[in-house]
Structures are given as C-alpha cells and as structure tokens.
Design a protein around this ligand. Sequence first.
Ligand SMILES: [Zn+2]
Length: 498
Amino acid sequence: MAYTILRGGRVLDIAAGTADFADLLIEDDTIREIGPPGAPAPEGAVEISAARRLLHPGLVNAHTHGHGNLAKGMGDRWTLELLLTAAPWITGNRSAEDKYLSTQLGAVEMVLKGCTACYDLSFEWPAPSSEGLALAGQAYADVGMRAVVAPMVADRSFYEAIPGLHEALAAPLKERVAELRLPPAEGTLAAIRSGLQNWPFDRDQIRPAVAPTIPHHCSDAFILGCAGLAREFEIGLHSHVAESKVQAITGIRLYGRTQTAHLDGLGVLGPHFTVAHGVWLDEPDMARLGDKGASVAHNPGSNMRLGSGLADARAMLERRVNLGIGTDGANCADNQNMYEAMRLASFVSKVQGPDWRRWLSTREAALAATEGSARALGFGGRVGRLAPGWKADIVMLDLDHPNWLPFNDPVNQLVHTEDGTALASVMIGGRLVVDNRKLLTVDLDRLRDRIAAASDRLAAANADNRRLYEALEPVIGSYCPGLALAPYHVHRYGARLQ
Ligand SMILES: [Zn+2]
C-alpha cells in the first residue's frame, strides 16, 4: 500500500461551493480521507505541501478526437460539412507514428490545462485496427492520463450520407469522392471486435468504447452491430447526433423522424450511450435520452467555431439528461482547454434567453465538466469529485496567481476566471503527472521534434487531398448551407420540417 498526503490546500467541493483548508490522504490511486489540517499520516506516507493551492477534481473532457491534434489551426470559417470535406487533407496518410503523436499531443495539452480524463473518438482511415487503437491507448498511458478510446467508424461516406450531395458534384469530382467509399460493415465490425478482444490496458485507466460516428453515415445494420459490441463488451457507445442543422434535416428526410427517435427505435439508447453535441435535439429527443439515462457531451466551443448553433443545456438538465462537457477535436476547437469549454458552457447558456433562472450556473457547469463527463466515460461515482473512495485525480491551482487574487468565490472563479494559467500540479490516480508546471511523464523537446517531422511529412503526403478539398469547397460550401435554409423548428413543439 502506498500513501500520499497533500497538506494545507483548499479542497474544492463543487456541489457545496466551498474550498476549506484540509489535508487529503491518498491510498494508491484513491482518496481515502479528507481531514482537518495537521491530521496524522500513516507511516511512510509521502507528504506533499499544497499550501496556497486550490485542489479541484481533474476536469473530464467528454468529447475529443486524438487524431485532430496535428490539424489544429488548419481551417477557419468551416461548417461541420466543410470540416468533413477536409478530412482526407487534414487526417489523411497517417502512419503509426503520426497516430501516436497526434493523440499524445492532445493528452499533453489536456493535462497541462487541468484535464485528467477524456473520451476520444479516434479515427483511422479507412478502418480501425487493433494496432491503431493500442497506439492511441498507449499515448494516453504514457502521459499518465485516464481515457476512453472509441474507434470512430461508419459504413457510408459523407457524400453518400447527405441526400442529393453526390448528384450535385461534377463527374470528375464524383470519381474522386468514390475513392473515399468506406469498407463494408462486416470488416470494420470485425476489426473493432479484434481490438476489443485484445485490449491491452487496465480498463480503470484506458477503456475502450465504440463510436458509430454520425447516425446517417451508418446503415442501421452497422449501428446495431456497434451497439451489439457495446453490449457484449460492456462498453460505451458514442455518436455525433443533431450536431448541425444539415444533420438534423438529413435525419428527418432519411428516417421520417429525428435521429434520436430513430436511434431509440433501434433500441440503442441507454446509460452507456453518449450523444455528442445535441445542438438540434428537440424536447421529446431530450426526454428520450433522459428517460434512458443517456448523456450529452456538450461542446460549446466547437459548436460556435463550426456555426452549428447553441445547445440548450438547461432543457437537457430539465429532462434528466446527464450533461458532460467537451472541447471536441483540435481540428475544430482548436485547443483542448477544458477551462475554456466550461466557461463557454456557462456563457452559451446565458445568451439564450432573458430569464436568468434558466441560465446554467457555474456550479452546474463545473459539475458537468467533472462528475457529468466522468459518468459519460463510464467512470461515474469514481471520478470527478474530491471525496473518500473517489479516484485521486486532482488539479492544484496556484492561489497566488492573478486569477485568484482576490479569492472571492471558488466555483465562480474556477469557471469564469481560470484559464489554465494558474495550473501548478496535476495528479492522476495518485501519481504526479505535472509538478510545479513541469510535465513529468513526456520529454517535450523530443515530442516537439517528432511533431515537426510528422507535420512536414503529412503536408507533402496530403498535397493532393488538399487540392481535392479546394475543388470541393465551393460545391459543399453552397449545397449544404442551401439544405440548411429549410425551416426547422426545435425545442417546444418537437422537430419538424416545413
Ligand atoms: Zn466530434
């Protein structure tokens, strides 16, 4: 048994809104006791001073993409549909080294910005592999982070998934996008199964899940295949649902009902199910998710960056949806800062109406970014709170930093003031990963060199894919907004097309 005691810090209780001085005793990877300062420690316990530190539960990123980190800043003024069009350019031709590096880069950014666990929807072209999933998992394990790694999969290309889009392309472009067709569902499902059967990590640290990427990018048989694997291996199921208006309208056209109603009809909703975004969910959809104990990963930064809209987190909470918060991938965020995501979740709620009582409080935003996200990851009741019996995933902020001068209210300042710059140390599962701003687990100089080399190599390898994007942009960039002009009403009355 290994004991560590953090002495003299202020320990944040988000629900109570307090940050009292306390000592925190950790046994192996778990918090054992929180007591008054000066409490006796077991013999041999490692003592760490937390004087002038605020201890808060590590933030949990409910939705990101490890493959997105090498593509940060590559675009601007992209809708979701233009981002999907850019995928071969910004994510193409990845080697095993690139897959590992991209994921590790995100993990490094996350821990340096106070995030200790994430749900990564990880993409490999053209299909997932046991090797690729293991590389992604290893990238998190090497940083010392907790993660859920879900292969992000589909059996229809973007061009097959959007009604009328393929027909809108000129013949030469039709030929080019035909090369982007995805392999048949059986092979992809078999590859995921193999990855799950050979999962090499302790599931307490690195868990697998499965992510049929967007409902209409998947045949029903494929969605059911993914859901079957989730059931069989007792893992999470995660999908981008009602993210953009184009998606919402496509769902109605294809299914005659919303994407969520369709997924409910397929019987795949449940406590293990996470909707990413849910910007265009109507109230019956939210009730379906809430009644089934499902989660929404709310990504306000990505939703604004891609012009997807503003998700109504208050309405979700009213329907008992479990709310988590995410950054989304760096290819559309373009950072991995959970402090910013939490702050935006608060702000996005506050611009949606004049009735301040319906606005998300800082307490609700902070609970969503910790316990709520953790529940979506499958770590519910074990990660996201500083209390005995919970995992020792602890961020220590410097209370002498300007962000905390003066110290007025710990939860308001955590959500509305902190931006990661006051971060001092990070512990994950009782292990110090960042100590006084220094990352202990990864050699950043070496990582920097490897990333520079990967980035040069990928720019050359994807030059053709970039040209393809440039040829497609005018077509996709006018066809999809045209589709999105259709009137579509959500929220009070249930979604409908006019
Ligand atoms: Zn996403």
